[in-house]
Design a protein around this ligand. Structure first.
Ligand code: SF4
Length: 186
């Protein structure tokens, strides 16, 4: 919220306009990586809202299959939507969406946010500093719990978060699960 307010102020001072509108969702086809900590928060929210269904779990598993282990370029080219995007192009976890989603504000024509058109014509409100700071703080917390992988695709993170919440997986086992997964996918 603080970032959004600052971003809006900055854009207005520069006499620009944030061009993001509900239902655009081009950025939901970009790679979205989150930590297990962030995923646990999103999972809890989805569960509480009654949105964590077997249908959503299936979507997550399919997205994990498509997105794990691929490069960002392949992810963008594949036009695979985030599994939390619904049929109306809206985020089912909007109130609990990841920090990278909360801090994405375009000021250029939304046409240039399409995954195949990202480039010099795509202008975003600068967010690197805020995102780096957020990740650095999480890395410290994660390390305390024996997790060294800071982030993974959102689909995989949410499925692992469910296991953690159900007591089937400990936080300090996450790294070995990820290593195993990367070894299997080559
Ligand atoms: S979490 Fe929500 S806002 Fe973020 S990419 Fe997925 S659908 Fe879009």
């Amino acid at each position: 919220m603080r970032f959004e307010m600052a971003a809006r102020e900055r854009v207005s001072k520069a006499r620009e306009t944030i061009t993001c509108t509900p239902g655009c969702a081009s950025c939901c086809y970009h790679p979205v990586l989150v930590s297990i900590l962030e995923a646990i928060g999103i999972y809890r929210w989805l569960f509480k809202q009654g949105v964590w269904t077997s249908r959503l779990r299936k979507k997550l598993a399919e997205a994990q299959e498509a997105q794990s282990g691929v490069t960002f370029q392949v992810w963008l080219l594949s036009l695979t939507p985030c599994p939390l995007l619904d049929e109306k192009n809206l985020c089912v976890a909007y109130d609990a969406r990841p920090f990278v989603c909360r801090t994405y504000f375009a000021t250029s024509d939304p046409y240039n946010c399409h995954p195949h058109r990202l480039g010099p014509g795509t202008r975003l409100v600068p967010r690197e500093e805020a995102v780096d700071d957020y990740h650095a703080k999480q890395a410290v917390l994660l390390k305390e719990h024996g997790v060294r992988f800071p982030a993974m695709p959102i689909s995989q993170a949410l499925l692992l978060a469910e296991q953690v919440e159900m007591g089937k997986l400990q936080l300090d086992e996450i790294d070995s699960v990820l290593v195993q997964d990367y070894l299997e996918k080559g």
